[in-house]
Design a protein around this ligand. Structure first.
Ligand SMILES: O=C(O)C1=C[C@@H](OP(=O)(O)O)[C@@H](O)[C@H](O)C1
Ligand SMILES: C=C(OP(=O)(O)O)C(=O)O
Length: 427
């Protein structure tokens, strides 16, 4: 299944309750279980490559994992030095958060990943961690994986980050839990806050005041985590765009996290004209609920603030922008260049292949909405690019190649797509 030809869709009306579970929360759930004194129970864990790699790493670090296929139970007697190299696969979240978790653990650890992850910058975590005493190294002076970590004693810190990154923030919060005094971390814009919510829910002393998070190191192990992972808004968003661009369509996306740091792309789609409503159904670690999206003609939009709140959805949003009336601009989104692919280049090249006028900037792009035409697009090994252009195919037909990457975050994507469109696979 390395290439797919997608046919244009007729109007559809769907309820989807099987959107892939949240990737950010799934990674964190298995890592944080290692900081607790009892048995953590994780229901609806994302069984995709990125998060299964994190689960495997947690096992290699000595956790006791029982999995009946529905609930994963994890208990730990503390992090053990592993016999294996720890392979994070394609996952930036996995690699960067493990750096924070392992920096203070007893032993030697080697983290690696696939060829895409091994080209992504790691200095953003290795540098601040090393500044508080962590012993890390990697290719290009600690910027590129494979990374090695020798656990060490960490000093208390007051760190001001220049980038709004939940991965960096989470790595530093995990380090702070084992530091020798109270720590503060300040970010330039609020990034997704699952780490703070989940660790607080487990009893950690974490206070958030605007952009500053204060962490008091653990005096004892945390309470076990008992969580049902909600659906991932970043995965749900592909089907939101599908409903927003196929005239006469509507979709209800069930049990999605409604965390405000995660649903900004839905808000942007709403500002473009789509008819969107939200219904809260649960609120434990996270607000969770249903999102209803109904087609309406779209207008262009400018996106320049709170970029980290919709960074992963920008490729899919750019498909909506390409079908909208008028111009859309994305600015301040340089981070897109260091994701699984350089998502500014892959979006720009893909849309140009579909006949859309696009200007590329260092930190974003300008899209002039128009008639998308069928083209052949390569994903460059990037799941979000592959799924975004498949969704564009619902409008005009599309051939997309290099599809295996979709398994990193959304293994049942094609099963759900088949409810809307005919997809034919070729080698
Ligand atoms: O913390 C997380 O779970 C994530 C944070 C974001 O990355 P950055 O921290 O690099 O912005 C996001 O792009 C990634 O998909 C998941
Ligand atoms: C950027 C992403 O993930 P990660 O950084 O964890 O590889 C993503 O899923 O779009």
């Amino acid at each position: 299944m390395s290439r797919v030809v997608v046919s244009p869709a007729e109007s559809f009306s769907l309820n989807i309750s099987e959107i892939a579970p949240d990737k950010s929360i799934s990674h964190r759930s298995v890592m944080f279980a290692m900081l607790s004194k009892g048995v953590s129970e994780i229901e609806n864990f994302l069984r995709a490559e990125d998060t299964m790699n994190s689960l495997k790493i947690v096992k290699n670090l000595g956790a006791n994992v029982e999995d009946d296929g529905k609930i994963i139970k994890i208990s730990s007697n503390g992090i053990q030095e592993p016999f294996e190299i720890l392979d994070c696969g394609n996952s930036g979240t996995g690699m960067r958060l493990f750096c924070g978790l392992l920096s203070s653990a007893n032993g030697h650890f080697v983290l690696t990943g696939d060829k895409y992850l091994r080209r992504r910058p790691m200095k953003r975590v290795t540098e601040p961690l090393m500044s508080i005493g962590a012993k890390l190294d990697g290719r290009r002076n600690g910027d590129l994986a494979p990374l090695s970590i020798r656990g060490a004693s960490l000093k208390a810190f007051e760190y001001e980050s220049k980038i709004a990154s939940a991965q960096v923030k989470s790595a530093m919060i995990l380090a702070a839990l084992r530091a020798d005094g109270v720590c503060t971390y300040t970010e330039p814009e609020l990034s997704r806050d699952h780490t703070e919510r989940m660790l607080k829910g487990m009893g950690a002393d974490i206070k958030v005041d605007g952009l500053t998070t204060t962490v008091t190191p653990l005096k004892e192990l945390l309470e076990p985590l008992k969580i049902r992972v909600p659906a991932d808004p970043s995965s749900a968003f592909f089907f939101a765009v599908a409903a927003a661009i196929v005239p006469g369509s509507e979709v209800t996306l069930e049990c999605v996290t409604l965390n405000p740091t995660r649903i900004e792309a839905f808000k942007a789609l709403e500002r473009m004209g789509a008819d969107i409503s939200y219904e809260l159904t649960d609120d434990r670690y996270e607000p969770v609920g249903n999102i209803h999206v109904k087609y309406a003609p779209l207008q262009g939009i400018v996106i320049e603030e709170n970029i980290s709140w919709l960074i992963d959805e920008l490729p899919a949003l750019s498909i909506a922008m390409a079908t909208a009336e008028g111009e859309s601009i994305v600015k301040n989104a340089k981070e897109l260049r260091v994701k699984e692919s350089d998502r500014i280049s892959t979006v720009v090249e893909g849309l140009r292949a579909c006949g859309i006028e696009v200007d590329e900037y260092e930190d974003g792009y300008r899209i002039t909405g128009g008639a998308l035409k069928k083209a052949e697009v390569e994903s460059d090994g990037d799941h979000r690019i592959a799924m975004s252009f498949i969704i564009a195919g619902l409008k005009c037909g599309m051939k997309v190649s290099d599809l295996e990457c979709i398994n990193t975050s959304f293994p049942n994507f094609f099963e759900l797509l088949s409810k809307i469109s005919k997809a034919e696979f070729t080698e």
